[in-house]
Design a protein around this ligand. Structure first.
Ligand code: FES
Ligand code: MG
Length: 582
């Protein structure tokens, strides 16, 4: 595991942030020491040592993080051995599978919890444990706002799925076989077998879905132990990585290497390059913009589109790639191997948590399997997988993962079939009287950050039954929703502004012609401006769903997809006093 940078330094106890809690000659320090005796620790076990908070998103309800309860012990082992004092903090879990309407509604809540815990307790450095989709950005957003030395421990992908003689990708194959069932190709018996085969160990989804994309982004940013993000969750190497993170965080505190030293503009540029070169999830666009915002870095949709044109997709991992899964990617060299193939596109002189420069970190990185991590001469796609669209239907932008689409649809004009909300769409999509053909453009609104609420992953609208039976497997679909990173198809997502606040998507009518042209980066509603103005005059805003509680705060504060869906009051710059400074 990673050697560390530069010579060992040791901060004097009185320079540690936790000294204010423990080391002063006053009643409060006396009380904190007495309460630490109550916890069962001797003075020599913790006084003068860096206090390391381990923020753990373990929960019985989260299969992607269920192993993190044990894994925290390995982090603690590392912290003790390096001379630190580890304290585990359970924080809320964001389970992509179980939390409704979508964990995206709660990403900012975990970010707030992370920020406030780190600030309000005697913490000198933090280890963040997560990986299921939104937990990675949430933890890093909160930590960036506090800016302590921080290491991220990615949960790691689950083992590849298996069914009969097939290797299954969680998510991706769930959609595929569900469609097969709807098309009458397989029955209940096969579905029961699939239930036990799709996800066969702890860990996050093992495709290049949102989880793998975001943990890879974290590694590319430089906040993980090198090579950490692809280690399978149940591999012994995952324990060793967690221990290395524990060892490393104590050194980072002594070196006073803060998160802001790592999360630079160059680091975010490299993270964008990485997620595009991996053919990663469209969700990364929203999350990286939000994470960058917390780090004081401006990242825009146009940065993604511009970068995409220069970065080839080299990772042949499903669903963007054709064949492989994260375990294959890991043994092919993992993220260090992948990055070693695109060093000319990276900023190599920036620091990471382990090295003074990314160049040093990648010095020994190699690719061991050119089928999984392709060469530059033989990419999966010549350009990055995500394109940003503009036009009268999405003045503030929309996103499409065009490498997961059928090429014939990337330039398409067709009549809209509009659904006002997800439930109506679910109830009526198979109704033959809607007259949906393979050329129709399916439009779903009411699914954005406010309208969803929480911008659920509804963006891969189902193909109507009768078309599935004819063999149709892709259609143009447009929404203000997101799409699961394991989904695929010609799905235009993140339309901004969303319909709920009166974006042009709210004005589309069934039968209107819509033109998608990915090469021209354009999405147009072929209706003239005067007619659109007439429709706008008739439009009324839907009622807000939440009259109280967290949902009401969310409604007030949520920003649109193109700016990252952070809360306005969290995204804005400004000072927050340290608890002992006030
Ligand atoms: Fe947790 Fe896919 S459900 S990562
Ligand atoms: Mg997902």
């Amino acid at each position: 595991m990673a050697p560390v940078s530069a010579g060992r330094e040791t901060r004097r106890p009185e320079d540690l942030r936790s000294h204010q809690w423990y080391g002063t000659d006053g009643l409060r320090s006396f009380s904190h020491r007495a309460r630490t005796r109550q916890l069962g620790y001797l003075p020599e076990e913790h006084l003068g040592k860096p206090v390391i908070a381990i923020l753990n998103t373990w929960s019985d309800i989260n299969p992607c993080h269920v192993h993190l309860r044990d894994r925290a012990q390995a982090v603690k082992r590392g912290v003790w051995q390096a001379g630190g004092f580890p304290l585990e903090f359970p924080v809320s879990t964001l389970s992509e599978t179980f939390q409704k309407p979508t964990p995206m509604l709660y990403r900012n809540l975990l970010a707030m919890e992370t920020e406030e815990l780190l600030r309000s307790y005697p913490v000198d450095g933090a280890v963040l444990m997560g990986g299921c989709d939104k937990s990675t950005p949430a933890l890093l957003m909160g930590a960036a706002s506090v800016d302590l030395p921080t290491v991220f421990v990615p949960a790691g992908p689950m083992l590849p799925g298996h069914w009969r003689d097939e290797v299954l990708g969680s998510g991706t194959d769930m959609w595929k076989y569900w469609d097969d069932r709807r098309a009458g190709l397989i029955g209940d018996c096969e579905m029961t077998e699939l239930e036990s085969g799709l996800a066969r160990s702890p860990g996050h989804c093992m495709t290049m879905g949102t989880a793998s994309t975001l943990t890879a982004a974290a590694e590319a940013l430089g906040v993980t132990i090198p090579g950490a993000s692809s280690i399978p969750a149940v591999d012994s190497g995952h324990d060793r990585m967690a221990a290395a993170a524990g060892l490393r965080i104590v050194e980072l505190v002594h070196q006073d290497r803060k998160l802001s030293d790592i999360l630079t503009e160059e680091a975010f540029a490299d993270a964008v390059t990485t997620v595009l070169g991996l053919g990663g999830s469209t969700n990364a666009v929203i999350h990286l913009i939000a994470m960058a915002g917390r780090a004081g870095v401006t990242l825009t949709l146009d940065d993604f589109d511009r970068t995409a044109r220069t970065v080839p997709v080299l990772a042949d991992v499903r669903p963007g790639g054709r064949t492989h899964l994260m375990e294959d990617f890991h043994f092919a060299g993992g993220l260090p191997g992948f990055l070693s193939r695109i060093t000319d596109l990276l900023h190599l002189d920036r620091p990471t948590v382990s090295y003074d420069t990314l160049r040093e970190q990648l010095a020994t990185a190699r690719v061991h399997n050119d089928d999984v991590i392709r060469t530059r001469e033989n990419p999966v796609a010549a350009e990055g997988g995500v394109a940003v669209l503009r036009g009268n239907l999405c003045p503030d932008g929309a996103v499409i993962k065009h490498i997961a689409a059928e090429p014939r649809l990337l330039r398409h004009t067709g009549p809209a079939v509009v659904f006002d909300d997800y439930r109506t769409m679910q109830r009526t999509i198979d109704d033959p009287s809607l007259g949906i053909t393979a050329d129709s453009v399916l439009v779903l609104r009411g699914s954005g950050p406010k309208g969803g609420p929480g911008m659920p992953e509804y963006g891969m609208l189902p193909i109507p039954d009768h078309l599935l039976k004819q063999g149709v497997r892709d259609m143009v679909r447009i929404s203000d929703a997101r799409m699961s990173g394991t989904s695929y198809g010609t799905c235009v997502l993140h339309v901004a502004p969303e319909s709920h606040i009166g974006g042009p998507l709210a004005l589309v009518r069934t039968g209107d012609s819509i033109t998608l042209d990915v090469e021209a980066r354009s999405l147009r509603l072929d209706v003239d401006d005067e007619e659109l103005e007439r429709r706008r005059a008739l439009w009324t805003a839907p009622p807000e769903r939440y009259e109280r509680g967290y949902g009401a705060l969310y409604n007030e504060q949520i920003t649109q997809a193109d700016t990252g869906c952070d809360f306005a009051f969290l995204a804005r710059p400004g000072k927050v006093p340290d608890p002992y400074a006030g």
